[in-house]
Design a protein around this ligand. Structure first.
Ligand code: PLP
Length: 326
């Protein structure tokens, strides 16, 4: 077998990259790479050099925003978090204006009116060491794709989750959206192995953390919306926005109050409602956590109201949308 491995020509490589994509169902519409200096729309060409430090050392950060009805939702808050992640990771970025323009331009070239925008910064290419090569040029990438697909069952019946056996990230790494998602990946795989939908990180003091790529919120029997403090978990742009918008639910009498504080697991499990929140899942009810049925075991009214608040904001939130110039 090994004897059949030979040195490939450039054409062979392109053929192999094409064949790989033909054998896979990919939903990637456009990819900007500062290494390439432009945008490619052929998924076979959406590649990154092996010695980029994001690939072999995980020295990279990322963020994800959404395209809804041809508009980009909440890009500024996602850029704020990206810039904070870059500072914590000692990564150089293009200017905020340049990143915004590249994201909008790549979205326009993708032609996609519904989907996701994921963008990354890396310390660049040039060696296989730990710290960036002396002449490394920091890189920036943007991918426009179809978004993650979650089963309708999650929303209609509710998700079932487990306390993960994997330790929560220490706060510095938890608040930084770096490409080191090994704990998050393992936690999701563990849940699937147990026939469940996702895992929940719990901190050393026994307080609720977050899901694999989503935050979690609760509604007490007395109608208080609760969310963990953000010091030890990722500052989810979706939940942060929803915590602002939830004051409308207080005014409407749907909930009594909104509280952000430590939430011991036992209290969380005794909630009337639990929900997972993020820019890919939006708002999904959780009806079972470990052996505990949450509330009456059915998706609850506050979760539904939160989802509606988000959907409305995604379509018409003032100052939240950027028109894509297709
Ligand atoms: C670990 C983690 N927590 C929470 C979230 C939710 O954040 P957002 O609402 O910005 O998608 C994400 C997703 O980005 C995540 O990866």
């Amino acid at each position: 077998m090994a004897e059949s491995i030979g040195v490939l020509t450039r054409e062979d490589v392109l053929d192999s990259l094409k064949n790989l994509r033909q054998a896979q169902e990919v939903d990637y519409s456009a990819f900007y790479s500062s290494h390439l200096g432009g945008v490619v729309t052929d998924p076979a060409l959406m590649v990154i050099p092996f010695d980029d430090h994001m690939v072999h050392r995980g020295h990279g950060i990322f963020d994800t925003a959404a395209i809804i009805e041809g508009k980009i939702y909440d890009l500024e808050n996602h850029l704020d978090r990206f810039i904070r992640s870059a500072e914590a990771s000692k990564l150089e970025l293009p200017s905020r204006e340049e990143m915004r323009e590249i994201v909008i331009r790549t979205s326009a070239l993708s032609g996609r009116r519904e989907g996701s925008i994921r963008y990354w910064a890396s310390s660049g290419t040039g060696n296989l060491g730990l710290i960036p090569a002396g002449d490394a040029k920091p890189a920036f990438f943007v991918m426009i794709f179809g978004g993650l697909d979650y089963p309708e069952r999650y929303y209609a019946e509710g998700m079932r989750v487990m306390t993960t056996t994997y330790p929560i990230k220490p706060p510095l790494y938890a608040v930084t959206k770096s490409t080191n998602y090994l704990p998050n990946t393992l936690m999701q795989m563990e849940a699937k192995e147990h026939g469940l939908d996702n895992g929940i990180f719990v901190d050393e003091a026994g307080n609720v953390g977050e899901g694999s790529n989503m935050n979690c919120a609760f509604v007490t029997a007395g109608g208080v919306l609760r969310h963990p403090r953000f010091e030890n978990i990722l500052s989810g742009c979706t939940v942060k926005r929803l915590l602002e918008l939830a004051s409308r639910l207080v005014d409407q009498g749907v909930i009594k109050d909104v509280v952000v504080d430590d939430i011991p697991v036992a209290e969380a499990k005794a909630s009337a409602e639990m929900m997972l929140i993020g820019s890919s899942i939006y708002v999904a009810p959780v009806t079972q956590w470990d052996d505990q049925v949450i509330g009456d075991g059915k998706p609850g009214p506050v979760t539904k109201a939160m989802r509606e608040l988000l959907e409305e904001d995604m379509r018409s939130g003032e100052g939240m949308l950027i028109d894509v110039p297709y």
